[in-house]
Design a protein around this ligand. Sequence first.
Ligand SMILES: Nc1ncnc2c1ncn2[C@@H]1O[C@H](COP(=O)(O)OP(=O)(O)OP(=O)(O)O)[C@@H](O)[C@H]1O
Ligand SMILES: [Mg+2]
Length: 545
Amino acid sequence: MAKTDTYTDNKRKVDVRAANMSAAKAVADAVRTSLGPRGMDKMVVNGNGDVTITNDGATILKLMEVSSPAAKMLVELSRSQDINAGDGTTSVTVLAGALLNKCIQLIGKGVHPTVISDAMNLASDKAVEILTSLAIPVDLNDREALIKSATTSLSSKVVAQHSSLLAPIAVDCVLRIAEDCRKLTTQVQRADGYRVTQAGASVSGKMVDLRDVRIIKKLGDTVDATEFVEGLVFDQKATKSAGGPTKVKGAKIALIQFCVSPPKTDLENNVVLSDYAAMDRLLKEERNYILGMVKKIKASGCNVLLVQKSILRDATTELSLHYLAKAKILVVRDIERDEIEFISKTLNLLPIAHIDNMKPEKLGVADLVEEVSIGVSRIVKVTGIPNMGRTATVVVRGSNKLVLEEADRSLHDALCVIRCLVQRPFLIAGGGAPEIELSRQLREWAKTLPGMEQYCVKAFSEAMEVIPYTLAENAGLNPIQIVTELKNHHAKGCLHHGINVRKGTVTNILDENVVQPLQVSTSAVTLATECVRMILKIDDIVMTR
Ligand SMILES: Nc1ncnc2c1ncn2[C@@H]1O[C@H](COP(=O)(O)OP(=O)(O)OP(=O)(O)O)[C@@H](O)[C@H]1O
Ligand SMILES: [Mg+2]
């Protein structure tokens, strides 16, 4: 009896593991065809009938409805790659799928999951070491090299034909916002293995916060009309219901967080008016109150007023707009709460929370503030800002919503690629070259390992070939022939030979200018391994309420 017990118990564990793995693998297979410059795009339709066309692995997976908990881990995996590196979200999923496949085979042969997991950890560490040794340092002043890597990341997108425009924009944006930072603390590894934070030692580096790049999407025209604006752009038009100005030269800009409207009672109180005289008095009082405010605003020298959105009461009224228009003040309403920081950073101004704080020193200056019409709508542009903060604005155009959204996502990928390079200035070749080299060197290294580890590391090295294999497959080439040819070249010591998808051959991929940041590749390998190890170690699913 006892024997049967053990048997059923083990069977359940095997089943759960197998089910998890195949569910996760199914997700990986779903995005496989979109890898690479010749990869396909996906059309995702949600319950409401909203359509999204995209090539971005993370976006496809995010929108996909998956129910299996193990499959969700793959969705999370591509998300973490998106956060970590920004690009390579398809690669990481495809890699995880290939590793899972190998794990299923190894388990089928009777290797214990823990042994596989440990060996994978070893292999992943070694893989990072190998990739780092293949890296080529890049100089951040070398704009061309940065543009090349942005172009590579854009080359697989729907908007690939516009990469000659979008890649330089991405580079300019990131170089503009990159800030020198001196980290005053460093992490030091002590002799006993603990990492401690040590103060004093200073490391200089660059910091990039992509929140400092503002992307404004405007329907109309083609992606070719996308522009990098040296200044600030507001998505909304100037408020000119009362005939206020729409163009101001030599602007003095105030960003206010209070309302230019009559105050409201705190609670649900009513003011009851019983005669006309009282009504007149009230209207007069209101007019005086507003007029007083506008005078104070004008007295500070302000001629452009940015008004934060208010939920308690109207930020402006017809009356206040009328007086502001008379005072020749350009008004932009509905500034969102979360835009305040960006605006004050860009214009070098301080937000003003109360009318009594309307001081000239709190205002920002610009040569020109102007409302321009763009497509079917209007935007307000602020240009010629002296010592402008480290921010960048891009106005993305597209002829329909689907293209516009995808252009935005692709630009985000390109921005992330440049951010990776600024943080860690190393490039490696693309087109499957690093993966093949990785696979070769890992196989060599495996020979030095004992027994079971050797076997598992070898399986890991074979899994790495999935990237060039899939690239070739998606480009309509014969994958087996191409991968064999690649292996041949690499065995002869041509480290940078990869798949030239345009010509359908194997050439030195650096000559083709296909380069990508090192961080994208290393992060893909480590994250994929981590995710697979986690799935591998689950042997039961426990439901709770
Ligand atoms: N011109 C090219 N020739 C050959 N290979 C290329 C070329 N451009 C890109 N690649 C390769 O294509 C792969 C990247 O494909 P893709 O951009 O579709 O996926 P991803 O970067 O993994 O994910 P995503 O961009 O969706 O986040 C990389 O391995 C890269 O080396
Ligand atoms: Mg990409």
